[in-house]
Design a binder for this molecule. Structure first.
Ligand code: GLY
Length: 393
C-alpha cells in the first residue's frame, strides 16, 4: 500500500502510477475516481469499459429485498453501501453534470398466488426479524400504491428504502468523474498482473479476476429483457416490483424514459446465449404481475455474467502474499449497490489506512485452503439454511 508515501514522492515519480485498476466497470471506475480524487496517479485498464455485467444489470439498490437467509454479513455490507448511495449519487451528479437515473420511490415485493405469498411472507418475516423496514400491505393497499398490478396478485410488502439507479447512465458518469479527477483510461486488456506496473494494482475485473488472480470467481449467467412503454410514455408503475409469479422469481424496474427492465435468470452457466425458454418464463411472470406489459415493445433480450464466488459474497482486500494487489471483485448480484462502499474501503486500503471492520468477512484469504469451490460460511455469516436456487428474484 501507499503508507508513508508523501505527496512530493508520489508526484516526483511521474512515470509510475500509484494505482493501476484492472477493469473499468462501475467498481473499477469508482475506485479510480476515489483514488484520483485523493491525489493518486491512477490508470485504468479495460479494452471495453462498461461492457461486463453492468451493461446487463437492472440497477436495483435493494439491501432489504436482497436480505436472504444465511447471508447476515453480506446484508450488513449491502445496507452500509446503500446508506452511502444518496451522497454518492449527488456527488457523482455534481461532478459530471449528468443524471444517473437514481430513483427513490421504493420497492414493492409481491406474491401472485397463495403459494407465492406464503413463500414471500417467510422471507419478509426473516427480514423484519433483522429489523429491516418491510411493511406488509393488504391487497387494497398494494393496489392503491400501484394500480397497474394484476388483480390476481394476492399480497405484498413495501421496502421503502430500496431504490434504483440506471447502470447504463452510471458507468459513463463514473468514467467522466474518474477522468476529470485525473485517472487515465487505457483501452487495453491485461493478460497477466506482471504486465501492470504500478505501486498498487486493484483487480476489479469481474469474472476476469479468476484468470488474473486464481481467485474462485465463477460466471453466473443472467438473462434479462428490456421493454418500452408505447408512445414514449412513462411505465404505468413507479416502484421497483419484485415478486414470485407461480413460483417464478422476477423483478421489474421502471425507468423515467419508458423503459422497463424485466429480469432475471440465475444460471450456473458461462455462455451469453438468450434462450426462448427464459424469455418465455420472464415474460409470463412479468405480464402475470403487470398485465400492461403485454402492450409494451420488447426492445432487448440479453444475457450477462455475474461474478459469483463460492459463498456468493464479494472478495475485497489484499491477495495472500501479495500486499500490493487488492481484489475488488466477486460482487455477484450486488455490484451496483456495493459500488460506493467498495470504492471507499478499497481506496482506504490503497492509502494504507486501517482496514474497515466491515471488510473482515470478505478478504481473499477466506478461500485459501478451501479447494476454491467449497462454500465458506464466514462472509455470509450463519448456519441458517440457504435456498439459492429458489431465491427472491
Ligand atoms: N441484482 C439482480 C440480479 O443479479 O439479477
Amino acid at each position: 500500500m501507499l503508507t508513508g508515501r508523501s505527496e512530493s514522492a508520489r508526484s516526483s515519480d511521474r512515470a509510475r502510477p500509484d494505482v493501476a485498476v484492472v477493469g473499468a466497470g462501475p467498481i473499477g471506475l469508482a475506485i479510480a475516481w476515489r483514488c484520483a480524487a485523493r491525489g493518486l496517479r491512477v490508470v485504468v485498464h479495460d479494452p471495453a469499459s462498461g461492457s461486463g455485467a453492468s451493461a446487463v444489470a437492472a440497477g436495483m439498490l435493494s439491501p432489504v429485498a436482497e436480505a436472504y437467509f444465511g447471508e447476515r454479513q453480506l446484508t450488513k455490507l449491502l445496507l452500509a453501501s446503500a446508506a452511502r448511495w444518496p451522497a454518492f449519487a449527488a456527488e457523482l451528479t455534481a461532478a459530471t453534470g449528468t443524471g444517473i437515473g437514481y430513483r427513490t420511490e421504493g420497492t414493492l415485493m409481491v406474491g401472485l398466488t397463495g403459494d407465492d405469498l406464503a413463500e414471500a411472507r417467510r422471507l419478509w418475516a426473516y427480514q423484519q426479524g433483522l429489523g429491516l423496514p418491510v411493511t406488509p400491505l393488504r391487497p387494497s393497499e398494494l393496489r392503491d400504491r400501484e394500480p397497474a398490478l394484476a388483480p390476481r396478485v394476492r399480497g405484498g410488502a413495501l421496502a421503502p428504502t430500496d431504490h434504483q439507479v440506471d447502470p447504463r447512465m452510471l458507468v459513463p458518469a463514473l468514467r467522466t468523474a474518474a477522468q476529470r479527477a485525473g485517472a487515465v483510461l487505457v483501452p487495453q486488456a491485461v493478460a497477466h498482473l506482471s504486465d501492470v506496473d504500478a505501486s498498487v494494482t486493484v483487480v476489479a475485473a469481474g469474472c476476469g479476476a479468476a484468470a488474473l488472480t486464481g481467485l474462485p470467481v465463477r460466471p453466473v449467467k443472467g438473462q434479462i429483457l428490456r421493454l418500452r412503454a408505447p408512445d414514449g410514455v412513462a411505465p404505468g408503475f413507479r416502484h421497483v416490483i419484485r415478486g414470485y409469479a407461480d413460483g417464478e422469481p422476477v423483478y421489474l424496474v421502471p425507468r423515467a424514459d419508458g423503459e422497463v427492465v424485466l429480469g432475471a435468470t440465475v444460471e450456473e452457466r458461462a455462455d451469453t446465449t438468450v434462450t426462448a425458454g427464459a424469455v418465455q418464463r420472464l415474460l409470463r411472470a412479468g405480464v402475470d404481475l403487470l398485465p400492461e406489459l403485454a402492450e409494451y415493445d420488447l426492445v432487448e433480450a440479453v444475457a450477462g455474467l455475474r461474478p459469483g464466488t463460492p459463498d456468493n459474497a464479494p472478495i475485497l482486500g489484499p491477495l495472500p502474499g501479495r500486499g500490493d494487489v487488492l481484489a475488488a471483485t466477486g460482487h455477484h448480484r450486488h455490484g451496483i449497490v456495493l459500488t460506493p462502499i467498495t470504492a471507499d474501503l478499497i481506496t482506504d486500503l490503497v492509502l494504507g489506512g486501517v482496514p474497515d471492520p466491515l471488510l473482515a468477512p470478505f478478504g481473499p484469504e477466506r478461500f485459501v485452503g478451501t479447494g476454491s469451490t467449497d462454500p465458506a460460511p464466514a462472509a455470509t455469516g450463519g448456519p441458517e439454511p440457504t435456498m439459492e436456487g429458489d431465491r427472491w428474484s
